[in-house]
Design a protein around this ligand. Structure first.
Ligand code: SF4
Ligand code: SF4
Length: 435
């Protein structure tokens, strides 16, 4: 039975994991210090990028027979892709780990429970924006009707895992109704990829994204029919389902020739910018070229010039937690910092290891709670050193994770975690009011 699985796994690796990409790795080890799991495991090679690539090759070549310890090495990878910018050979680690998870998913026997969870998550919640909106509405009702208060009081949340309990405690107040949006005709036009979590759980941030762009004379169009970007599917070995979502999104944005497709969630943006690679079509590549994150677009549109300069005398410190994918895949890290440095009423201060993963990584904090908690603990040491009033992030997962970190450290009286759009919006409104 075990050898049958090993054979099936080898065949699946041969089918899905590209050998030429594996051969790009020259085993130099420059990626090792950038890898959070290598550091957290006390430099365990099997939890490093180089070690994982070696394991992928060994399974593909049949040198190592498949077993649980190999699977664990791949499961513990955050997919943060911090190893990519550190690699002098340009190894496409992100593609390799996605292909590996796809290969495992295809060959591994799946229990009924896992099948059901995957079906509900990938074919329901993250396949259809309406299902996501309906689910988040239930959370809004749970908050608005007072059930949340009762549930907390009677300890109902204790029935769930620590991670879910921690997440529930930091959920934003969700509006029951969607804000009314009117399109204003302005000189530049962009399309907005609203994102499934951002458009349901963080509606106000999306609304403010539109308003910030309107302030800069930009008309924002929201093409109907857009779906979840597919990142969660792609990172979980569900590549065909990720492709299905990508195709739907390309169709949704096809009818107009936008200069930019803007998004405000680092993880989604990175995946959208790799549709060209995922689907291998010209149309997908054209779509990907238009993807831009909100910080880069605001800088491009001249927001920095509209903000007061030499604003470093405030005692209110703001710091920035990079979104791994925005930084490591899209190379965007200067723009958010430049905006925070110019934001009125705050002094920007870099925290130690700001570029390191916070441990959120999609649903990693639920699947790998121990490693995620260790990484967050380490992250919070850097936060405590800087003692900011605001921790700014560019991704909903990082935002919730930093909120959990603040709660865990008992720092909610001193600081809060906010999305960069909310931070800039409030800072600009206060500046205009002269506060
Ligand atoms: S992934 Fe890149 S940096 Fe890491 S060992 Fe291979 S070649 Fe070197
Ligand atoms: S993606 Fe992140 S966790 Fe995974 S090997 Fe690369 S640096 Fe390490």
């Amino acid at each position: 039975m075990a050898s049958l699985l090993a054979e099936r796994m080898q065949e699946s690796f041969q089918e899905h994991v590209q050998e030429d990409l594996l051969m790009d790795c020259m085993r130099c080890g420059f990626c090792l210090p950038a890898c959070p799991t290598y550091i957290m495991t006390g430099q365990d090679e099997t939890h490093s990028p180089r070690g994982r690539i070696a394991l992928m090759k060994a399974v593909r070549d049949g040198v190592v027979k498949w077993d649980g310890s190999i699977e664990e090495a791949f499961d513990v990878c955050l997919g943060c892709r911090a190893c990519e910018p550190a690699c002098p050979a340009g190894v496409q680690y992100g593609t390799l780990i996605e292909e590996t998870r796809h290969a495992i998913q295809e060959a591994k026997p799946t229990s009924l429970k896992e099948k059901v969870i995957r079906k509900v998550t990938f074919d329901g919640l993250f396949a259809d924006q309406k299902v996501m909106a309906g689910t988040v509405k239930l959370i809004a009702l749970y908050q608005a009707t007072g059930i949340q208060k009762v549930a907390r009081k009677i300890g109902f949340m204790d029935l769930f895992s620590t991670q879910l309990k921690e997440m529930e405690a930091v959920l934003p107040k969700i509006a029951l109704k969607k804000p009314k949006r009117e399109t204003t005709a302005l000189s530049t036009k962009v399309a907005f990829f609203t994102g499934c979590l951002m458009e349901t759980m963080f509606q106000q941030t999306n609304q403010r994204t539109i308003e910030l762009l309107n302030m800069l004379d930009v008309e924002v169009e929201i093409p109907p029919g857009q779906q979840c970007c597919g990142a969660l599917h792609g990172h979980s070995g569900e590549v065909p389902k990720a492709k299905r979502n990508a195709e739907k999104n390309i169709r949704a944005f096809h009818h107009n020739d936008y200069d930019f497709i803007v998004q405000n969630a680092g993880g989604c943006g990175a995946f959208l910018s790799e549709y060209g690679k995922l689907l291998g079509t010209e149309e997908a590549a054209r779509f990907s070229e238009k993807i831009i994150d909100i910080s880069s677009l605001l800088v491009k549109l001249g927001l920095l010039e509209k903000l007061p300069q030499n604003n470093n005398d405030s005692s209110a410190i703001v710091t920035y937690q990079d979104s791994c994918h925005l930084r490591n895949v899209n190379g965007v890290w200067r723009e958010p910092r430049a905006l925070l440095q110019a934001a009125p009423g705050y002094k920007f201060q870099e925290m130690p290891n700001a570029a390191g993963c916070c441990g959120s990584a999609g649903i990693y904090n639920i699947l790998q709670p121990e490693m995620s908690a260790q990484i967050l603990k380490q992250k919070m040491k850097g936060v405590i050193e800087v003692a900011p009033m605001k921790i700014v992030t560019s991704n909903p997962g990082c935002l919730l994770q930093m909120k959990v970190g603040i709660e865990k450290e008992g720092l909610s009286e001193q600081m809060e975690a906010v999305h960069i759009v909310d931070f800039l919006y409030e800072s600009m409104i206060n500046y205009k009011k002269g506060v």
